[in-house]
Design a protein around this ligand. Structure first.
Ligand code: GUN
Length: 283
């Protein structure tokens, strides 16, 4: 039987409408600053999509596009100004940064309460401990999708392929907190199929087309494809071979139209949440 296709685009749209109403109740709009360094074409598309989504939700948006040769000192200086700017509730530095910049130092310089990516060590630590904080957008969006699809997590085996700081590691912690038994694999794991075939919930976030094929999917599994790869023919593809995997899975996300739109919706939600927390503190 063919899987149900999880409509991330539809759910994200629904969430963005709800956020728009919440934003309208603020005396002044929440603000998001996005910094992009250099001219990576994929990053430019992502940043432009984030900006459009902000404007549509009524969020004040500032895009700071800096030349590829920007020094670390200049970038840190920009972030310091945004940290102190009362119009700005969220700051996002688009990754990857040019090689001469130390990403860790840059991300650590963002105030944790404005860190809408959830990449600052204090937000990472809060997630690890189960304390309140801002959570990384992509895995948070995946959790929302699973919840919306009424996917049972407690007692299930979740297998994550990919151990990045942006997706794989935080995804593992979120699923663990939700009661799953979690296995984390990566692109070098020998006999990857041995692990993936045992997954009730399979999350793939490696950035390599077809790393997971239908024969590596358990009958009735829920498959979440975080990959976003541009093929030689110009088409977008995920990490999962969709046609064969959908014949085995109970539910599966498409690419595009699955996880990607949810990431943006969660970024907007984090920005509004950061703004709400700041306003609560001020009362
Ligand atoms: N590059 C790819 N994904 C992300 C993300 O979630 N946040 C940032 N800042 N950069 C990215």
């Amino acid at each position: 039987m063919s899987a149900t296709i999880i409509d991330g685009k539809g759910l994200a749209q629904h969430m963005r409408e709800a956020l728009k109403n919440r934003v309208a109740s603020f005396p002044n709009p929440p603000g998001l600053a996005v910094i992009i360094v250099g001219d990576n074409p994929a990053s430019q598309v992502y940043v432009s999509n984030k900006e459009k989504a902000c404007v549509a939700a009524g969020i004040h948006s500032e895009v700071i596009a800096l030349p590829g040769e920007t020094s670390e000192l200049d970038l840190l200086d920009r972030i310091e100004k945004l940290n102190a700017d009362p119009k700005i509730d969220g700051i996002l530095v688009q990754l990857p940064l040019p090689k001469h910049l130390n990403s860790r130092r840059v991300l650590d310089s963002i105030l944790p309460e404005k860190d809408v990516d959830g990449f600052h060590p204090s937000n990472v630590g809060a997630l690890f401990l189960g304390n309140p904080g801002l959570q990384p957008c992509t895995p948070h969006g995946v959790m929302k999708m699973l919840e919306h699809e009424n996917v049972e997590i407690r007692g299930k085996h979740a297998v994550i392929v990919g151990a990045s700081n942006i997706v794989g590691k935080p995804m593992a912690v979120m699923l663990l907190h939700a009661g799953a038994t979690v296995t984390i694999c990566n692109s070098k794991t020998p006999d990857l199929g041995h692990h993936t075939r045992d997954a009730d919930i399979l999350v793939v976030a490696v950035g390599r087309p077809n790393i997971v094929t239908g024969d590596m999917v358990k009958e009735g599994a829920v498959v979440i494809d975080v990959g976003m790869n541009r093929l030689e023919n110009g088409k977008l593809a995920g990490d999962v071979e969709f046609e064969s995997a959908k014949m085995k899975a109970a539910k599966i996300t498409p690419v595009p139209g699955g996880v990607g739109p949810m990431t943006i919706a969660m970024l907007l939600e984090n920005t509004v949440e950061a703004a709400a927390r700041k306003r609560e503190e001020a009362v």
